[in-house]
Design a protein around this ligand. Sequence first.
Ligand code: CP
Ligand code: NVA
Length: 309
Amino acid sequence: MNNHLLALKDFSKQQLQSLIVRAMRLKNESREGRQHRQLAGQTLCLLFDKPSTRTRVSFEAAMYGLGGQVIFMSSRESQLGRGEPLSDTARVLARYVNGIVVRTYGQDVVEELARYSDVPVINALTDLYHPCQILSDIMTVIEQKGAPENLKIVWLGDGNNMANSWIEAASILGFPLTLACPEGYGPDERVLTESLARASQPITLLHDPVAAVKDADVINVDVWASMGQEDEQEKRVRIFQPFQLNSELLAHAAPDAVVLHCLPAHRGEEITGEVLEGNQCVAFDQAENKMHIHKAILDTLLGGSCDPA
Ligand code: CP
Ligand code: NVA
C-alpha cells in the first residue's frame, strides 16, 4: 500500500476495494457498539487552507474513534501563510505527528508535502481531486445499489475535482461512467486521457443533461462554482442552468435512481430543495460514510494494516 493518499490513480483496484470493505466493517462494528483503539497514542495533523465542515469533523471524529488524537491548523495561521517552505513544514510536522491531512488549492502542494514528509500525507481536497470523498460516495453507491459495474452512474455539472476523482475511480475499479458538463467546463484533460487509457469500461463525456440522465441508476451533483471560483459564480449560474437536477430532469432516470451530493448544496442552483430533500437523495448517508472511509484510510495508512497490492 502507498504511504500517501494523494490521488486515486496511485492505488490498485484491490487496494481501493479493500479500503471500502474495511470502512463497511468499521461502520458495522461501530453500530454494534464496538470500541476501536488501534491508533491509540498516534496524532494526526489537519492542515487546511480552505473551509470545511464534513471533511474536517469526519477526519477528527475518525481519528478519535480509533483512539488517536488530532491537531487542527489553518495554513493562514501557520508560518506557511508567511512563506515558510512546504519542504520545511513537512519535515517539521513529521517529527511531531503520525499523519498529515491536507486541504488546499494546488495538487502540487500535497505532492510537495508528501515528498518531504516521513509520515502519510492524505489529500482532503485540492482543486484537482477529492479522492477520499469519492471513496465514501462509492461506498454509498454499493450500499444503496450494489456493485457499480452493473449501474449507470452519471456525473452532472462541473468537470471539477469531484468529477476528476470519479473518472479515476471508474478507470481503476472498472465501472462505466457518464458525465454531462457544459461545453468548456469538462474535466481535467490529462486526468481524462490517462483514465481512458486505463479504463476497461466506457467513460463518456456528454454535454446534454437529459441524454446523460436517461435511465441512470446514480446521479451525482456538486456545486457549480467550487472553492476558489467564487468570482465566476454569477456567470456559472447562467451557463449551468440546464444542468440543474430538478424533478423534471430526475424523471428521465430509472424510477429507483439515487441522487448523491457531497454537500454543501446550493438549493435552487445545482439541485432543487425538492430533490435534495426527496426520498431518492442519499446525501446524508454519503456524509456519514465519509467518517467510516476516513477511519479505514487512517487505519490502513497509519495503523500499518496493509492489504495486498
Ligand atoms: N463534502 C465535503 O468535502 O464537505 P466539506 O467541504 O464540508 O468538508
Ligand atoms: N467541488 C467542491 C467540493 C466541495 C466539497 C469544491 O471544491 O468546492
